[in-house]
Write a protein that binds this ligand. Structure first.
Ligand SMILES: [Mg+2]
Length: 187
């Protein structure tokens, strides 16, 4: 069976932390843990920004190299690659649709928005994500977790990710290995 690839949006392709940092006023490099950023501590403001017109396409830029990583991969994987993202409001959904339309032209129909994306994971799926909780869950259900390295998914982060990490240069090789069943990560 052809493997499904789920690629996360926030924190993988889209620099949500950078967008929040500009608006809330903190240094993105200070965010070392998933749940302890100044943005998360100010949840009302954070979710307000998620709903604000223009927040996603104007303030959240693509991470370096990630557009050039995902677009060719998507083209090579037909409809087996889906960009998957959680949402908390219709306005956030609209903002993410706008973001993909602006930065990932040709990938608009690949966007899948969900209240809880982990419910979709099945054994054998390839899950590209930055969240330790999501990566650990993917591993638990028998999917292949591919971690895109961020300051909040290091071995000392809380929650921690103890598997390998990849950047835009090394991620294509990891995905290729996962699709060919020779991925050596501890999954
Ligand atoms: Mg994420």
């Amino acid at each position: 069976m052809t493997k499904r690839i789920w690629c996360d949006l926030d924190g993988v392709l889209c620099d949500l932390t950078g967008g929040l940092a500009k608006q809330i006023g903190f240094n993105p490099s200070d965010v070392k843990n998933w749940d302890c950023s100044p943005a998360v501590e100010n949840q009302d403001k954070m979710f307000g920004l998620f709903r604000a017109p223009g927040f996603w396409p104007l303030l959240c830029k693509p991470y370096e190299g990630m557009v050039d990583f995902i677009v060719p991969l998507a083209n090579a994987c037909d409809d087996n690659l889906v960009i998957l993202s959680n949402i908390s409001s219709p306005q956030e959904a609209a903002g993410k649709v706008e973001w993909v339309g602006k930065y990932l032209r040709g990938c608009e129909s690949r966007l899948c928005l969900s209240l809880d994306k982990t419910r979709i994971f099945r054994p054998g799926d390839v899950v590209i994500d930055d969240s330790p909780a999501v990566l650990n869950y993917a591993r638990k259900v028998g999917a292949v977790p591919i971690c895109i390295s961020r300051p909040w998914n290091q071995p000392t982060s809380k929650p921690a990710w103890d598997g390998p990490r990849f950047d835009y240069r090394s991620a294509p090789g990891a995905v290729e290995a996962a699709l060919e069943g020779r991925y050596q990560g501890d999954c």
